[in-house]
Each structure stands twice: as C-alpha cells, then as structure tokens.
Design a protein around this ligand. Sequence first.
Ligand SMILES: O=C(O)c1ccc(O)c(O)c1
Ligand SMILES: [Mg+2]
Length: 633
Amino acid sequence: MRRSVATVSLSGTLRQKLEAIAAAGFDGIELFENDFINFNGKAADLRKITQDLGLGIDLYQPFRDFEASPPAQHLRNLERAERKFDVMQAMGAELVLCCSNTSPLVIDSPELAAEQLHELAERAKQRNLRIGFEALAWGKKTSLYGQAWDIVKRADHPNLGLILDSFHTYSLQDDPAGIADIPGDKIFFLQMADAPLLAMDVLQWARHHRSFPGQGEFDMVSFLEKTLLAGYTGPLSLEIFNDVFRETPNKRTAVDAMRSLLYLESQVRDRLAKAPATDVKAQRALKTIDLFNPPAAPKLSGYSFLEFAADETSAVSLGTMLEQLGFKRVGRHRSKAVVLYRQGDIHMIVNAQPDSFARARFNLHGTSVCALGLRTADPAAAVERATAMMSQRHDSPVGPNELHVPAMIAPGGNLVHFVSSELGDSGLYEADFILEDTAAVPGAGLHRIDHVALGLQLDQLDTWVLFSRAVLGLETGESLELADPFGLIRSRGVANADRSVRLVLNVSMSQRTRTAQTVSRTGGGAVHHIALDCADIFDTVAKLRANGLRFVPISDNYYDDLPTRMDIDPTLLANMRAAGVLYDRSAAGSYLHIYTESFENGLFFEVVQRIDAYDAYGASNAPARMASQAQQQ
Ligand SMILES: O=C(O)c1ccc(O)c(O)c1
Ligand SMILES: [Mg+2]
C-alpha cells in the first residue's frame, strides 16, 4: 500500500519533518495547513522539496466548516475554497480534506450539505482537484462516517468522496462494519489513528492523545480490514495529534510511524489470509493490495541471560551484590574481561571489557544492564522479523571458537540477543566461557528471571509499547498509575503468551521521582530493576539476609492495614511482617515480593513468588517501596 503520514504527527520545522518522513521510507504526506502557513517559502518551493525527497502531497488538510452553511456564508466558503485550490495546485496536491462543520451556524439538512458539497466538487473538478468529506466526532450535524457517506452519496459527484478516520469512529463507539459496504472508489483517503481508552471530552482526546496504530487500544485491524474489503486501494495514512510526539525527536517518531503501518498491514494480511476462498471481497483485497508480509514474530521461551556493563571497579562491587543474592561466579570469558554468574536457571554476565559495546554503554550510563538474552527456537528469524519491523541488527565481534548470537538494538540502545533454545542451559556458555564450575547452583533458591523493569522517558513509552508488540510479539497488560512521594509513575507490563518473558515499562510523570532521576542519569530506556522468582520467598529471604543483603524496609502500618483490605491468613501476615515481604492478590492468584536496596543508588532487585495464576506485578505495593526508598534517602 502507499504509505503516508500527516505532518502534524511529528515535531520540528516543516523541512525537518519532511526529511524524517522521507528517511523512514514513506511515499507521501498529509500536509497540515498550519505547517504550510508558517513555512518560509512558496507552494512551488514546497513542491520542489517534496519531489526531491520522493514524497507526494497525498492530502491537503483541513478545510473547515463548509457543509450546510447559510447562503451568505456559503458564498464566502466557496471563495475561501478557491484560494485553497490555488495553493494546492501550486504545490501539486490533488485532494483536500473537508471536515464536517463544527460552526453553530450549520443548518440541519443533509440535502443542503449534499448540494453545497456538490457545488464545491464541481469547482474542484474545473481544476482537476478532488474533495474528501470527513465526519469529525464533534461535528455539529455530521459526526459518524455513515452520515458523511449518506451526504456524499446524495451529492453524487465524481470529484467528491469520503475520508475515513478510525479515531472518529471508535471514539464515538461506532461500528466500522458498515464500511465494507461502501464502494471502495468512493473512499478517497484513509486516516488511521489509535488511542488509549480515556473517559474525557472527545475533542481533547482527539487533539492530544491519539497514538500510532499498535500503541493504543482501538481495534485498528478491523478498521483497515473493513476498508480494504470495501475495495479501497488508496493511501494508508497516519494522522496523530499527540502532545508528546510534538516534542519527541522526529526521526524516532517517523520510524515508529512506519513500524506501526508495517505491523498493522501484516496483521490485516494475516486476518484476510484466513478468510474462506468463497469470501470474494477478502480474496480481491489480497490480490489487489500489496500488504507487508514480514517473518512471524518470534516465539520466546524465557530469558537466557542479562548482561551488565561495568568497569573494573564496579564489576567487583556488582559481583559482590550478585553473590549476596546467591549467585555463584561460574566462569570467565575466553578472550574478554567478562564474568558469568549463575543461580538456578538465571545467568548474569558482568562485562568489563574495554573497547566493547558494553564499555560504550558504561561510559554513557554507568553500571547498568546493556543487553538481554531471550530464548527462541529460531534466532535468525527473530532478527529478520526485527529488521523487517525497522529495528537495527547488531553483530558483535566474535572471537575464535565463540558463538555468534544474533542481536538487535532495542529503543534506547540496549541489545536484545536471541539465543537458540536448542543450546539448553549451558550450551551458550560452554563455547564462550571457561567454566570453572558446571554443577547446579541452588544458591538462595532464586531460579528464574520473572521480569525486567525499564525506566523510560515519557516519550519512550509509546515507542516501547509498539516495539514490544510489533518486534517481540508481546502482549500488553493494563496501564496503571502509581503514587511515588514526588509524583506519579505510569506502569505497564508486557509479556509473551506463556509469560516466560515479562517486561515492565515505567515512566515518571514528574521530574522529581527517584525513577525520573534514574532515567535522567541513564538517558532512559535503562533497566530499573530485575525481579527474580523463587518457590519459597521466606526461605529465600532468610538466606539472602544471612548473606548480608539489605532490603527496603516496609512500614509496620502496611501490615496493620493489609487485613483491613482483604482476608489474609494471620500466620502468613506474621511471616510477611517479620520478613518485610509485600503481598498482592487478584482473582487469579497472589504475589509475595520484596525489594533489595539499590546498587550504587540506581538499579535494584526484586524477589518474587507467584502463587497460582497471578499475572501482574504487585503495582499496588510500589508506593510502599517508593515511600520507603524516599525516607531512606
Ligand atoms: O482536530 C481536528 O480539527 C481535525 C482536523 C482534521 C482531521 O482530519 C481530524 O481528524 C481532526
Ligand atoms: Mg482525520
């Protein structure tokens, strides 16, 4: 499909936006009128710039408050339209978006709306231009695509068609099913916009909180599917009004935009491919439209390792903390200053090799996680999926007899390695490490990485949600807001289907929280804490305390309050109070957990025990931790 994006969706000057859009591989743009009005150049200059960049101006927009106007206003509207047509012809734009009337002057008459739009279309025809009519969700008389289509049908002019925008349909909880029955050649343009589900005024929602498909909660796949079933073959475009995107570096936004369309196309393609051979519309769409078809998202089967970037000094202090956590140093790398720690099925690599990727990360971010290893059956296919979805692959230098582990760069710059699940527990390490000890390490009973929590900058959250879904094939959990003593933290879990890989994405809405301070120190996208799973948290915590590991203390008041919120076994409560363990419960199960003190004031660990099918992260207890950390500082 031809792929477009509205200039309003990115930050920067018009020229910078166009360069970012072209660099991400788009075919065209929706030119937002304000971008042109404030552009220091003529329409012909813009035509030249877009042509040089290989971009078409697929849509000029918006033209407001036109249909069903009182007669005097209508004459002024036609005059206004002629001036827009002048500009469009000079820049080489052929289609203008006319959005439904929001003026109090509008007359409640679809007949008049059709008559006036017919007249506008006739004038457009004189200049070889076309008009697309879009229902704004807050249009005074026309707010649904069905109403807009009724008017377009009545107007019956070849130069007048319909423009669809998924936001307006879903924000009013309208059903897109009827789109499939509209003749495809009367749909002139398609704008896709996703959004989080928010209970707020629809205009504010639309102007500030839209997101790229795959970042929000609307059913983007069905909307595009219905439009293709109608027989639409025009551009697939993104029109995203979002306050955060207005400040996000536009090269990243443009990549997110393209990733979003590629992901959406691939999902719709999969859906259409499942339609029966007798579904004529689906078969026609598959035959006539070239939808992106990447390798499937990887099936992940757990964490293989975490790798820390360190220097000579912090490698020693981090090693001490890992040993207090029950890890054992089991090997060193054949050719590099890299040490392997193990406990249960958990592998931690501490990399202090000068002149390495890890050292570059250390120099930027301090002692921090610089790579995740994820197990999957087909690492090469996983990296192909990643590059198809616009992530960059990364090939580390490989020494003699060392294994090549395919990797890609995650948003923010850390690496994700894909480790073949066939290698088993030690396979990866036998090649690259001189193993000093191959016996199992029961340690303190930690046996698996439960989740890895990231601290993100505000503008990295949507990027990560889309990356998690499109590149890693993860599912998103609910978005929660947690109270830190110095502001709100927004937190969202993402996980694979069998929950063997879980990430938690945390963003501070305030500059003053501890999370915000860590994020600003690390540049964002860094691992904020690592949760390790055990079978008996009281036994494990006792062992860890005996090793000298310190935990964030929890107020006695917390344990006094807990039984007022839920029924809880008194013995369990007493054990939790004695051990400093926190508790959460859902319909599916329960969760016992405790947080360690931080390493060098940043990263910390969480010890967790999941009971039954509990599927969350103890978010209701995060304020207890954050308040305690603040009181310790
Ligand atoms: O918010 C608006 O005014 C506006 C303008 C043009 C559009 O296509 C749209 O969806 C919204
Ligand atoms: Mg729109």
